[in-house]
Design a protein around this ligand. Structure first.
Ligand code: MG
Length: 417
């Protein structure tokens, strides 16, 4: 699969943070990487520029209403090359000319195209963690069956992948995922009720899209990464630890049975893991400044505060219970984050919506993709009704003098287990 010569790429999620970084990497190596397909959501002005720069064979735009505007802005003849909707992205993911698919779509929308690409024998550079959160067992089964390579782009998993090369799988004692801790590491639990959108979107170390930035602030991102690691590296959740490391220099570690801990370090820039995932097993220059350990200051590590960040604990519990619960958790979290970004719910209520949705989800095996997608939809409806109830409740409290708000009592059921 890693024949020398050019790597032919379809890029899903081209206008997002990972997508634009991936295109910068491709631009640096025109003789090595070639873009054949692009898929984006709704940013047609950036997509237009990418089409001009990379001249792909086919382009998908998720929002069909925007396809007309995009076609009009392009030279004649482009009409046939623009595809739309869920089928459009799958066409880009399964493009015969591509041997590698970079999946950088945000959220649950990444699952079906990624699986379609795997089933067509494409190698995958995976940035969309939700794919493995929702259907890790099914996806990894498809990877084995189709004998494709799945390279993690997520910086922590990319680090673990690199560290694992230092020993045998059976000699791994523990995987240690590092977390920056997000912007609210030193805020009190009580003060999290006053968090504004602007504060939650101001990540101290990483420049990312809105959804993942909010996930980083709640630590749900780390919880989803625990589930991602569980499937990607086939380890039990008990063997996965999380450490808060605010400097984001050590991107994750593997502890072996002999006491050796192998860490991957680097400056916090996504172009490093993206480049590695695309050039593997080779290493190529990124043009980025080197890591200067003498200028990083102190590197610190501590345990996460699971009481202050219940999303992380919830995700670990859900990972252990498995089945369709991780898909429900992911869907509920997407709904809750969107509701927070719409100013409908407050910051601590994001975890509440996720926990409540999970506690109302009957456990069931994730037997196939349609079961998982069905659960995704059911959990979205459930989560939306929980959001509605919270909106109603806060409306009733308007004008009344209240102290620090608290979550409804039923939140104890899952969050405190
Ligand atoms: Mg990450």
């Amino acid at each position: 699969m890693f024949a020398s010569g050019i790597k032919n790429i379809s890029l899903l999620g081209s206008t997002g943070s990972i997508g634009t970084n991936a295109l910068e990497v491709v631009r640096m190596y025109p003789g090595r990487f070639h873009i054949h397909g692009l898929a984006a959501g709704r940013n047609i002005s950036l997509l237009h520029k990418q089409i001009e720069a990379f001249n792909p064979q086919i382009v998908s735009i998720a929002d069909e209403n925007l396809a007309g505007d995009l076609i009009q802005s392009l030279p004649a003849g482009w009409g046939d090359k623009i595809v739309t909707g869920p089928d459009g992205i799958i066409r880009v993911a399964t493009l015969p000319a591509a041997d590698t698919v970079v999946c950088a779509v945000v959220g649950a929308a990444g699952l079906e195209p990624t699986v379609a690409a795997i089933n067509e024998g494409k190698d995958i550079a995976l940035a969309n963690k939700e794919t493995l959160v929702m259907a890790g067992e099914l996806v990894m089964e498809a990877v084995r069956k189709n004998k494709v390579n799945l390279l993690p782009v997520d910086s922590e998993h990319n680090a673990i992948f690199q560290a694992l090369a230092a020993g045998r799988a059976q000699d791994v004692k523990k995987i240690i995922l590092t977390a920056s801790g997000g912007p609210f590491l030193s805020r009190s639990e009580r003060d999290l009720w006053d968090v504004t959108q602007e504060q939650a979107l101001n990540h101290p170390k990483w420049e990312m899209g809105k959804k993942i930035t909010i996930d980083s602030a709640t630590l749900m991102n780390k919880g989803l990464e625990v589930i991602e690691a569980r499937w990607l590296f086939d380890v039990d959740v008990e063997k996965i630890d999380v450490l808060i490391h605010p400097q984001s220099i050590v991107h994750s570690m593997v502890e072996f049975v002999d006491g050796s801990v192998v860490a991957q370090m680097g400056i916090p820039d996504m172009r490093i893991p993206i480049t590695y995932a695309l050039s593997y097993p080779e290493r190529i220059k990124t043009g980025l400044p080197p890591l200067d350990l003498t200028k990083c200051g102190e590197l610190t590590f501590s345990h996460p505060d699971y009481a202050k960040f219940p999303s992380l604990r919830l995700a670990c519990q859900v990972c252990k219970r498995g089945g369709i619960l991780p898909a429900a958790l992911n869907a509920a979290n997407e709904v809750a984050v969107a509701a927070f970004l719409d100013n409908r719910i407050r910051f601590p209520e994001i975890a509440y919506v996720a926990a409540e949705t999970v506690s109302r989800t009957p456990e069931k095996e994730a037997t196939d993709l349609s079961t998982v997608m069905g659960e995704d939809l059911a959990a979205r409806i459930q989560a939306e009704s929980i959001v509605e109830a919270l909106v109603m409740r806060s409306g009733q409290m308007l004008g009344k003098k209240v102290g620090t708000p608290s979550l409804p009592p039923e939140s104890d059921s899952f969050l405190n287990n």
